[in-house]
Write a protein that binds this ligand. Structure first.
Ligand code: GLU
Ligand code: MG
Length: 446
């Protein structure tokens, strides 16, 4: 018998999980007692470099690091999400962070560090900061709500409890919810949030995906962000809205005199994105099933085109409304549509910013906007206007990515080599699956 006093208070202790959002777009990390957060912000937690090669299926792609080496994950306390609503089956406590070498230098393969470097480049080349918001679509898995529910209150109703919990969780996590709806596709929802400065916008995208899963589970449901659950059905996109602010914080995307009302910097940025989009698609839409979504007539994106309010354009100039209380310059934003939630938001935004910065550095002029169905044009007619079909498979996108001298320059040769190995490992993993097995496998992990 111990002589310790008997104490009937609960013996549970809060744990915070410190995470990175990695090459697989997975939010992975390690937990520690929440009371140690302050210490961990300085000391970090150990991280094996080979963890970066854990694919979305948990297979380990070939790793140049093997069993060797260590990195340190330093939590950024500004990103911490603490939600305790145990009566609703919700308990989340996590924090996002950056990976460093043990000598204290940012690790060349840290996705969040890579985004910070890209945003610094934008500041350097154009004196601009980026404001962004990730718009997410997802579906409930194995739900089978049936037809007649596209945008319908009838389709929203069975998920109202989920939606209200999600909006509450977003608010509690500082995500500034904007809209939530039953989207057009089967069992599909969309959720949007207010724009935030670049790094915070990517953090929010990471957090949002976790909240959707957590809240769905708390409602006894399962959600998936897979880009394509059913090849014959509707895809789940991520549309990255973005605009610029100048050094004084004033909107810098809109110029009523500019082509398509774009400021000179925004026009060059857009031209850079479209000129280099093929080389970054392996980061924007990085799974094997991503490319079934990126086909014409799906309201996703299939060509490297700019569209004014065109939902089939890779880059869309979004509408502004005279009815809004927000002034035009502040409303005005562009949207990159050829992205999905199998990617790390950090790498997506970094790729977008690097391609755009290239356009600014190279002084590219505003792209022409397309107005017709590009699927009707021959490759020659497209080429005459500088238009191309986006890569049609992950292997093709990966080859364009790895062969690009610019991408190596932006991300570093080591990143390109290791990322390619990772994605090749994923391609090999699904190679022997039937299409149905493969779509199911992605739906289960995202
Ligand atoms: N589901 C479409 C996509 O895959 C987007 C539909 C829309 O919201 O415009 O991107
Ligand atoms: Mg949508």
């Amino acid at each position: 018998m111990s002589d310790r006093p008997i104490n009937d208070s609960p013996i549970t202790e809060d744990i915070v999980y410190a995470c990175t959002c990695d090459f697989a777009g997975k939010t992975r990390g390690k937990g520690f007692p929440a009371r140690d957060l302050e210490k961990r912000v300085h000391r970090g937690i150990g991280w094996a470099p080979t963890n970066t090669q854990i694919t979305c299926f948990d297979a380990i792609a070939p790793s140049p690091f093997g069993a060797l080496g260590d990195r340190v994950l330093i939590p950024d306390p500004a990103t911490r999400v603490t939600l305790r609503a145990l009566d609703q089956g919700l308990a989340e406590d996590f924090v996002l962070g950056d990976l460093y070498d043990t000598d204290g230098q940012p690790w060349a393969l840290c996705p969040r560090g890579i985004l910070k470097a890209a945003l610094a480049r934008l500041e350097r080349v154009a004196g601009l900061s980026l404001v962004a918001s990730f718009e997410h679509e997802f579906q409930f898995r194995d739900c089978g709500m049936g037809p007649g529910t596209g945008y319908a209150l009838q389709g929203f109703r069975p998920h109202r409890v989920f939606a209200e919990r999600l909006v509450g969780a977003m608010r509690a996590a500082g995500l500034e919810p904007d809209t939530i709806m039953k989207e057009y596709g089967a069992d599909q929802f969309e959720v949007t949030m207010d724009p935030a400065p670049g790094l915070a916008a990517a953090d929010r995208a990471v957090i949002l995906r976790q909240l959707v899963h957590a809240v769905a589970e708390s409602c006894g449901q399962a959600a998936t962000f897979t880009p394509l659950q059913d090849p014959a059905g509707i895809g789940n996109g991520v549309h990255v809205h973005f605009s610029f602010r100048d050094a004084a914080g004033a909107p810098a995307t809109y110029d009523p005199q500019g082509t398509h009302r774009l400021s000179a910097a925004a026009a060059s940025f857009a031209a850079g994105v479209l000129a280099h989009v093929d080389a970054i698609m392996a980061l924007m839409a990085p799974s094997v099933v991503s490319y079934g979504r990126l086909t014409p007539h799906r309201w996703s994106a299939a060509f490297n085109n700019l569209g004014v309010q065109d939902r089939e354009a890779s880059l869309r100039i979004c509408p502004v409304s005279a009815l809004s209380d927000i002034d035009t310059a502040r409303q005005f934003n562009l949207e990159f549509r050829a992205a999905d939630a199998t990617a790390s938001p950090y790498l997506q935004l970094a790729a977008l910013v690097h391609a755009g910065c290239q356009g600014i550095e190279d002084g590219l002029s505003a792209p022409q906007a397309t107005e017709e169905d590009l699927a009707d044009l021959s490759p020659e007619a497209l080429a005459a206007r500088g238009l191309r079909r986006l890569p049609t498979s992950l292997p093709q996108a990966l080859a364009l990515f790895a062969d690009s001298a610019l991408v190596k320059d932006w991300f570093g040769a080591e990143f390109v080599t290791v990322y390619r190995l990772h994605k090749q490992g994923e391609i090999d993993h699904v190679a022997d699956m039937t299409p149905a097995e493969m779509h199911r496998a992605y739906a289960m992990v995202y």
